[in-house]
Write a protein that binds this ligand. Structure first.
Ligand SMILES: NC(=O)C1=CN([C@@H]2O[C@H](COP(=O)(O)OP(=O)(O)OC[C@H]3O[C@@H](n4cnc5c(N)ncnc54)[C@H](OP(=O)(O)O)[C@@H]3O)[C@@H](O)[C@H]2O)C=CC1
Ligand SMILES: O=C1OC[C@@H](O)[C@H](O)[C@H]1O
Length: 353
């Protein structure tokens, strides 16, 4: 029998809607016969009517409960795991709220504002024996796993020498959370996360690197409001003799090939946004081939299935997105921000003791 996981949805914004839609999708459409998802409850911090509207918009079943506060959601005894889809400025406190109420948590990226906050959350989840994971959705796609296998196992392009990656969006709306320092805005944490993620998956997680941290050099150009408009980063992985050249911006667009991975015997070029690549081209010793994959719903179901399997098996995390990797990526982002003198308003950087 398939294992059923009962979800609570915290927040009713853009990504919450996409994720909830995928929870309502038949998991067998992505080949998952062993797990099922139920949206037990939805909460909005604005009003109960926002949560009701959200439930209606996504076509949630009648039995789905709606709340006008996050406190009510975490007090719902029937909810097993909470998906946190608030802005990153709130993730740290929202995860604490959920863990203290005894709930398992899947929290959107970036997990927290800085690594010290993440360290606290990891310790708290462990002390309570609860599941906790960052929703780094890209890591769960079969196509991501396929690309990494081509690189690391089949060694399709030989020895990896360089990763070039950019994720940028031209965010024209000054009211966007990406421009707002109080919501943890700027390019790095929101978009640069994915430039970094590709370098991390390909180089930091390379079997020969054994998780060694890179040497990081970064430069940051800030907006008048103090968030990063452009950030560029170079990561040197000494054990691999390989480098990553990464960039991100909230005022330019991603080039056609957003991620290029070069080896001494070829290259893999990913086109489209790095969070959700659809096409990639492999140039190798035996010629060139192009691969296009089908999108499955919003592609957010893969990570939900992984949470269900982990909880079914009594695990407190998933191997695709371990908390150790979340911590390492945040430490790299801390280093980049330190070099660029990029800090968020003090309350966002705080850690409870
Ligand atoms: N995995 C992915 O592909 C994506 C991940 N993300 C991540 O998900 C998170 C949410 O992003 P997104 O859905 O785009 O954001 P939205 O602005 O669309 O939604 C955020 C929601 O959070 C709630 N919220 C609570 N407090 C605040 C506040 N002070 N200001 C604004 N909203 C608040 C609101 O819901 P309510 O009023 O109901 O409480 C709001 O609708 C971010 O951390 C982002 O990085 C975003 C997009 C894609
Ligand atoms: O995670 C994300 O990926 C897609 C972007 O559009 C979004 O702003 C970002 O948060």
């Amino acid at each position: 029998m398939a294992f059923r996981l009962k979800w609570g949805i915290m927040a009713t914004g853009g990504i919450a809607k996409s994720f909830a839609q995928d929870l309502l999708m038949d998991p067998t459409k992505r080949g998952a016969n062993d797990v099922q998802h139920v949206i037990a409850a939805i909460a909005s911090s604005s009003s109960q009517s926002s949560a009701e509207r959200f439930a209606k918009d996504i076509g949630a079943p009648e039995a789905t409960r709606t709340y006008g506060s996050y406190k009510e959601l975490v007090a719902d005894a029937d909810v097993e795991i909470i998906y946190i889809a608030t802005p990153q400025s709130r993730h740290y406190k929202d995860v604490i709220l959920c863990l203290n109420a005894g709930k398992h948590v899947l929290c959107e990226k970036p997990f927290t504002i800085n690594s010290r906050q993440a360290e606290h959350l990891v310790a708290l989840s462990q002390s309570k024996g609860l599941f906790l994971m960052e929703a780094a959705w890209t890591r769960f796609f079969p196509r991501t796993k396929e690309i990494l296998s081509l690189l690391h196992k089949e060694k399709e392009i030989g020895t990896i020498k360089r990763v070039i990656a950019d994720f940028s969006l031209q965010v024209r709306d000054p009211g966007s959370r990406l421009h707002n320092p109080d919501l943890g805005g700027g390019a790095l944490l929101d978009l640069g996360f994915y430039s970094l993620l590709w370098a991390f998956m390909v180089l930091q997680k390379h079997p020969d690197n054994e998780n060694a941290m890179p040497k990081v050099t970064a430069s940051v150009v800030k907006t008048d409001r103090g968030v990063d408009e452009f950030t560029s980063m170079t990561l040197v992985y000494e054990r691999l003799n390989a480098v990553a050249h990464l960039s991100t911006s909230i005022s330019a667009r991603t080039p056609k090939y957003s991620v290029v991975i070069q080896g001494d015997n070829g290259e893999i070029m990913i086109s489209g946004p790095p969070p959700r690549p659809r096409e990639y081209v492999i140039h190798a010793h035996d010629g060139e081939r192009s691969i296009t994959v089908d999108l499955v719903g919003n592609d957010l179901g893969w990570e939900a299935d992984a949470c269900a399997r982990a909880l079914r098996d009594g695990k407190r995390g998933c191997e695709e997105s371990p908390l150790q990797d979340t911590l390492a990526m945040l430490r790299i982002m801390d280093d980049i921000r330190r070099q660029g003198d990029f800090v968020f308003p003090a309350p966002l950087e705080e850690v409870e003791v």
